[in-house]
Design a binder for this molecule. Structure first.
Ligand SMILES: [Zn+2]
Length: 664
C-alpha cells in the first residue's frame, strides 16, 4: 500500500515485552502496528521522524510521573466531571459536544498505551468507537450539533495516535472520507473563529494520512486550509505585539493558546512549500515571543492574552502543553538541537509547576513569581479571579480537558528515527526505545536520573550486529560535555548541536554521556536574573500553607499562602555564577516535583528587600537592579521550579553594599 516504507518495521508491542493491553476487548485483535512512514514526495524530507506510539517506553521517574497521572485526574476525570463523562456528545450523549471530549482523548489515549494499562485502554475505547462507527454518510464526524471545524481537528490527532498504537483498520478509511467531505464543503462552509487560527493542527493529521495513502487530493485540501487559515509565519516575521495586550485589544492572534498552536505552522508548511523562510519560521516565532513576552520558565505570558515580560503575569496551562506538542513536531521536521532544549525546559518546569505533585489539581494561570495563590483580582489581561488556584477547573475548563497530553506526548517524543535510518534523542529522560533497523530488532535502554543528574547511560542491543547512526543532542547550556561510545571518547562535541556516531553496534554496547550543568544567571525583566542549571529553572523555596476552598468529587480547589519571606535580592557574581551557588543533591523520589524532598537544590546568599511588596495580589515587578538593602545576608534555598508552587523565579541582583553613612 505504501511505496515509501523504509526497510524498518516498528512494532508497537514487541513479543515478550508484557503486552497486557493486547489481552482485552476488541483492541486485542488488532495487529499492532505500523511501520515507520517517511515523507512521501513531493513533501520535503524531515530531519527526524516521530516513532509510532508505544515505540518509546518511559522508565524511571518519568514512568512514575505517568503512573501518578493515571492514578490522578487523567485516569478518573470522566467519573465526576460531566464534560468528559458518559453524557458527552462525543459518546452519543446530550452533553458537551465541542472541544472537551477530543481534548481529553488526545491525552488519555497516549497515556493509556504508553503505560499499557488495561483500565485506561478500556476508557479510551468508547470514545474512539463512537467516532469511528458513527461517521455520517457525507463523511462528517462527531456530534451532529457541532458545526465548527475545530473540534474534529483535535479528534483527528487522537485518531492518528490510536492507529499507530492499535493498527485498527477503521481509522484510515474514516479519515479519508472525512477529508473528502471537508474538501467538498470548505468553500461553502469556510473556517471560522478558532479554526482559522488552528488549521495547522489539522495539517499535521492530513500530512500523516498523505504519507500513508499518497492521495494528492489531500495536498489540495492543505492548500485550501492554508488559504482560509491565519498566516502565522508572516505574523511572526512582522510581529506586531510588543507589549501587554491592552484592555479591549484582545484578539485571536493575541491569544496565548492560539500562539502556542501556531508554533508548528511554518515547519509543517515547509514540508509542502520547500521554502527556506518556512524552515526558519519556528526560530523566528520563538525569538519574537521571547523578546516581547518571554518568561523565565521558558514560556511566554498568556493570561489569557500575550502580556509582556513581567514575571507576575501568568501562562495558561493549555499554552504550555500546546507549545510542547508544537515543539515536538518542529523537532521532527527540523532536527534542531535547540528545539529539544526548549522542549525539555517546558516539560521539566512549567508543566509540573502548574499541577500539584499528585496530579489531581492544576492551575489555569501559573506565574514565575507566584507568592500567593488565592481568589483575587490579579492584573491578568482578561482572566478571572480563580485563575491561579490549584483545582479542578479554575477560571475555565479547557485546561481541565487538555492538560493530559503534556507528559505522554513528551515521553513518546524522546526518541525519533533519523532520516538516514538511525536513531536520534530529541529529549533526555529514562526510557527504552524498541524499533527495527534494516530488519533487525534494536532496543536501546536509557538509564538516567536526568534532569536531576547530568549523566546518561545508553545500552544498545541489536538482535545482531548492525551499522546505523546515533544522534545525541548536546544542549546549548552544557560545558565540556563527554561522550564515551563503546569505550572510545568522542571528539568535536559542540553545545547546541547534534553529535552523530555511526558505527556497527553490537549487543550490550554502552554509550556514556555526561552533560555538565554549570549554574547560569539568565537576564530578565527589570534587570532581574533567573537561575538555571541544566534544563531546570530554580525558584526560591517559600513555605506553603494550603487551604481548601471546596471539594468536587476527588478534586479539591486550593489557595496557598506564604509562611516565609519571599522578597529577596540575590547575591550573585555574574562573572562566575557557579561560585555563588552550592548544589545539594538528594535521592530522586517517586514524586520528584514536590517541595519537601526535591532531588536537587541550590543554596545562595540573599537579602530581604522591604521595598518589594505585594500589589494586586501578586508580587510587584522586581525592583530595578542592582538593588541594595541594609538587612543582613541570609542563606536561601532554591528548588526546581516544578517543585515550588509558591516561588520567586526572577530575582533582583544585589549590588555592592552602600557605604555606611556618616554619623550612623
Ligand atoms: Zn486552557
Amino acid at each position: 500500500m505504501n511505496n515509501n516504507l523504509t526497510r524498518r518495521t516498528f512494532l508497537g508491542c514487541t513479543a515478550g515485552l508484557g503486552c497486557t493491553a493486547g489481552a482485552i476487548g476488541a483492541l486485542a485483535a488488532a495487529p499492532p502496528v505500523e511501520e515507520l512512514v517517511k515523507n512521501r514526495p513531493p513533501l520535503a524530507a524531515s530531519a527526524f521522524y516521530r516513532l509510532p506510539l508505544t515505540s518509546v517506553k518511559p522508565g524511571g521517574w518519568l514512568k512514575e510521573q505517568l503512573r501518578i497521572q493515571a492514578d490522578g485526574i487523567t485516569g478518573h476525570l470522566g467519573e465526576f466531571w460531566p464534560d468528559t463523562g458518559p453524557n458527552s456528545a462525543w459518546l452519543g450523549g446530550t452533553g458537551e459536544g465541542w472541544e472537551r471530549g477530543p481534548y481529553y482523548l488526545d491525552g488519555l489515549l497516549p497515556l493509556a498505551y504508553l503505560l499499557d494499562d488495561p483500565r485506561l485502554i478500556a476508557k479510551v475505547k468508547p470514545w474512539v468507537d463512537w467516532t469511528l462507527d458513527r461517521q455520517r454518510p457525507d463523511g462528517s464526524i462527531g456530534p451532529e450539533k457541532n458545526k465548527d471545524w475545530w473540534p474534529a481537528m483535535i479528534m483527528l490527532k487522537a485518531l492518528t495516535q490510536y492507529q499507530e498504537a492499535s493498527g485498527d483498520p477503521r481509522v484510515i478509511p474514516v479519515m479519508e472520507k472525512y477529508f473528502a467531505y471537508q474538501s467538498r464543503t470548505l468553500a461553502s462552509e469556510p473556517l471560522k473563529s478558532w479554526a482559522i487560527y488552528r488549521w495547522q493542527d489539522e495539517l499535521a493529521s492530513l500530512l500523516w494520512l498523505y504519507n500513508r495513502t499518497g492521495d494528492a487530493g489531500l495536498l489540495d485540501l492543505a492548500q485550501q486550509l492554508k488559504a482560509q487559515g491565519f498566516d502565522w509565519r508572516k505574523f511572526y516575521e512582522n510581529f506586531p505585539y510588543t507589549g501587554r495586550t491592552a484592555s479591549g485589544q484582545s484578539r485571536h492572534d493575541t491569544h496565548g493558546v492560539n500562539n502556542a498552536m501556531g508554533l508548528k505552522t511554518a515547519a509543517l508548511w515547509y514540508l509542502i512549500s520547500h521554502d527556506p523562510a518556512d524552515r526558519a519560521g519556528a526560530a523566528v516565532a520563538l525569538s519574537a515571543l521571547d523578546k516581547f513576552h518571554g518568561l523565565p520558565n521558558g514560556m511566554f505570558s498568556a493570561d489569557e492574552h500575550l502580556a509582556g515580560r513581567n514575571p507576575s503575569q501568568g501562562t495558561e496551562l493549555c499554552a504550555v502543553v500546546e507549545s510542547m506538542f508544537s515543539l515536538e513536531l518542529d523537532m521532527a521536521v527540523l532536527g534542531d538541537a535547540r528545539l529539544g532544549d526548549r522542549l525539555e525546559k517546558l516539560a521539566f518546569n512549567p508543566l509540573p509547576g502548574a499541577q500539584t505533585a499528585d496530579q489531581w489539581s492544576h492551575q489555569y494561570d501559573q506565574q514565575p513569581n507566584q507568592v500567593l495563590v488565592s481568589l483575587g483580582r490579579r492584573d491578568w489581561t482578561t482572566n478571572g479571579p480563580e485563575s491561579n488556584l490549584f483545582g479542578l477547573a479554575p477560571n475555565f475548563g479547557c485546561c481541565t480537558a487538555n492538560l493530559h497530553q503534556g507528559w505522554p506526548k513528551f515521553a513518546a517524543s524522546l526518541w525519533m528515527a533519523s532520516a538516514d535510518d538511525g536513531l536520534a534523542i530529541a529529549a533526555y529522560a529514562p526510557s527504552e526505545v524498541h524499533t527495527k533497523i534494516q530488519g533487525v530488532d534494536v532496543v536501546v535502554e536509557e538509564h538516567t536520573e536526568y534532569p536531576f543528574r547530568d549523566r546518561i547511560s545508553l545500552t544498545i542491543s541489536p538482535a545482531s550486529p548492525i551499522r546505523f547512526p546515533l544522534y545525541l543532542r548536546i544542549p546549548e547550556w552544557t560545558r565540556d560535555p563527554v561522550i564515551v561510545a563503546a569505550g572510545r571518547s568522542e571528539e568535536g562535541l559542540r553545545p547546541g548541536s547534534y553529535h552523530r556516531i555511526e558505527r556497527e553496534w553490537r549487543k550490550g554496547e554502552r554509550v556514556e554521556i555526561t552533560l555538565p550543568m554549570p549554574v547560569r544567571a539568565v537576564p530578565g525583566f527589570n534587570g532581574s536574573v533567573s537561575v538555571e542549571r541544566g534544563p531546570l529553572v530554580y525558584s526560591l523555596r517559600i513555605g506553603e500553607a494550603w487551604s481548601k476552598l471546596r471539594q468536587t468529587g476527588p478534586v479539591a480547589d486550593w489557595e496557598v499562602y506564604p509562611t516565609s519571606a519571599w522578597n529577596y535580592g540575590l547575591r550573585v557574581d555574574l562573572k562566575d555564577t557557579s561560585a555563588s551557588f552550592q548544589v545539594r543533591e538528594e535521592p530522586v523520589t517517586r514524586q520528584p516535583f514536590n517541595n519537601s524532598s526535591p532531588p536537587v537544590m541550590l543554596q545562595a546568599k540573599a537579602r530581604r528587600l522591604p521595598q518589594w511588596v505585594i500589589v494586586d495580589d501578586s508580587a510587584a515587578p522586581p525592583p530595578q537592579g542592582p538593588v541594595t538593602s541594609r538587612l543582613e545576608d541570609e542563606t536561601v534555598t532554591l528548588l526546581p521550579y516544578g517543585a515550588a508552587r509558591l516561588r520567586i523565579t526572577s530575582f533582583p541582583v544585589l549590588g555592592p553594599d552602600e557605604p555606611p553613612r556618616g554619623g550612623e
